[in-house]
Design a protein around this ligand. Structure first.
Ligand code: XMP
Length: 505
């Protein structure tokens, strides 16, 4: 299934929902040449919504030659309006723009709405709507403010809905997509975890042949799944390199070692490089400089280790589909130098193996589970490449690392215990560069505070502070102050992103 992106906020979500129906889908720009679309031999096309009006001059549209392909097309919101306009119907800005859950009445089920209730709550978000349907179409649903909530021309295999079946608020949205995929496009639900793994293995084998491959492990789920898939495909041709810069969370390094070397028997070089990184960071307090130094040292260490292994032709990367979709189109201002750790030098002489290139994060997790990765690793919260070093404000020293690592471990233990680990996007401790006065057992103390940061988010672009229960915060605070020497105070960060960021540096 190809999803043509007209710039909707929800375009990626459509591709994900289709995959949840076990049908492989890809997102492509709306102006992809028809010849390229034909060459991909899609079973169907879905046109996404978009922010423009089809009546504006220069608004995104389709090459009408697309209709000659004879492939079923489902237009969603703007996509429906594009179909209506190109086929001779009329789209106008109505008085009553609808937004939110709306009761949609099915007039005639047709193929798209077959088997669904005659009235259902659907999510609307539009200004324009179809006022005259094109010839050959019939209206299959309406809403209080909308004469055409859904329409179809079965002969021409053209379908459209004004509402958004891809959002959860449209209660029967997934059923509508299934009708389109299974009944209209005659597809079967064959895109399963097992088929994802088999296809990935075949592709890796074809690409790599008998050559040698290296893979950098970070402790995160993406590199772990990419490495395991590659190991399944080419066995001992793969060597994993885990550059442990010493800024990992408690026990994380051992877990990588235990999982990969002991459990899966993947050839692994575990580089314990904490001294080297600490030496580089001595006296450094400026956040960007820290990031830059760690990033450079990381690449240098990785290169040295991979040279020791002899010549490898391929390097495994855990690139995900959202990065592929967004690379090039995203032009945001640089807030922090992300992706510097594990990032590649420009003059790299490896070819890349990217087994997760076409997968969304939730699919990577399911594949990880299927491959037998420990739950702990599969569901790990995101962790920045430079690790704890950018959660220690000011100079990074062995002693300050110890304090932060212990405090962070207590915090995570309590968060997990209370059932919040998967509920929040990230939860962690930060060590500021200040000290304050306290009293412990009649003694005056002058020690560090720990900042507790816990946020909810969908994609880390925006975030809100997690409303953790007071009792949980109280337990975290008591335990950290009692169990971590050098800490006499715990504070909770209640800032959202923007204007703050998730990490402190
Ligand atoms: P900020 O602090 O910018 O972070 O709100 C957004 C997300 O990115 C993670 N992060 C990083 N991830 N390398 C990474 O791979 C990095 O250098 C890095 N810095 C921040 C951060 O944890 C959050 O999830």
């Amino acid at each position: 299934m190809l999803v043509l992106d007209f710039g909707a906020q929800y375009a990626q979500l459509i591709a994900r929902r289709v995959r949840e129906c076990r049908v492989y889908s890809e997102l492509i720009p709306y102006d992809t040449p028809v010849a390229d679309i034909a060459a991909a031999k899609p079973a169907g096309l879905i046109l996404s919504g978009g922010p423009r009006s089809v009546n504006e001059p220069g608004a995104p549209s389709l090459d009408p030659a697309i209709f000659a392909l004879g492939v079923p097309i489902l237009g969603i919101c703007y996509g429906l309006q594009v179909i209506a306009k190109l086929r001779g119907g009329r789209v106008a800005r109505e008085e009553l723009a609808e937004y939110g859950g709306t009761a949609v009445q099915v007039l005639e089920p047709g193929a798209l709405l077959a088997g669904l209730p005659t009235e259902m709550s659907c999510w609307m978000s539009h200004g324009d709507s179809v006022v005259d349907i094109p010839e050959g179409f019939c209206v299959t649903a309406r809403s209080p403010g909308l004469p055409v909530a859904a329409m179809e021309d079965r002969e021409a295999k053209l379908y459209g809905v004004q509402f958004h079946p891809e959002v959860r608020h449209t209660v029967f949205g997934q059923d509508i997509l299934k009708n389109f995929l299974y009944k209209v496009c005659d597809l079967a639900p064959t895109w399963t975890t097992v088929s994802i793994i088999e296809e990935a293995m075949e592709r890796i084998q074809a690409q790599v042949g008998k050559d040698r491959v290296v893979c950098g492990l970070s402790g995160g789920v993406d590199s772990a799944v990419a490495a395991l898939l590659t190991y399944r495909a080419v066995g001992d041709q793969l060597t994993c390199i885990f550059v442990d810069h010493g800024f990992m969370r408690k026990n994380e390094g051992e877990q990588v070692e235990n999982t990969f070397r002991r459990h899966f028997h993947v050839p692994l070089v575990h580089v314990r490089a904490q001294e080297r990184f600490l030496a580089k960071l001595a006296g450094v307090t400026e956040p960007e400089q820290k990031r830059k130094l760690i990033g450079e040292e990381f690449i240098r260490t990785f290169e040295e280790e991979s040279h020791k292994l002899g010549k490898a032709a391929f390097l495994v990367q855990g690139t995900l589909y959202p990065d592929v979709i967004e690379s090039g189109t995203r032009d945001a201002a640089k807030i922090k130098s992300h992706h510097n750790v594990g990032g590649l030098p420009e003059d790299i002489d490896f070819d890349l193996v990217e087994p997760l290139r076409m997968l969304f994060k939730d699919e990577v997790r399911v594949v990880g589970e299927e491959l037998g990765l420990p739950e702990d690793m599969v569901w790990r919260q995101p962790f920045p490449g430079p690790g704890l070093a950018i959660r220690i404000i000011g100079e990074v020293t062995e002693e300050r690392l110890r304090i932060l690592r212990e405090a962070d471990a207590v915090l995570l233990e309590e968060i997990k215990q209370a059932g919040y680990y998967r509920e929040v996007w990230q939860s962690f401790a930060v060590l500021p560069a200040i000290r304050s006065v306290g009293v412990m057992g009649d003694e005056r103390t002058y020690a560090y505070p720990i900042v507790v940061r816990a946020v909810t988010s969908d994609d880390a672009m925006t975030a809100d502070w997690a409303r953790l229960p007071y009792e949980l915060l109280e337990r975290i605070s008591n335990r950290i102050i009692n169990e971590v020497p050098g800490v006499n105070r715990v504070v909770f960060d209640i800032s959202s992103k923007p204007p703050s960021t998730i990490e402190w540096e």
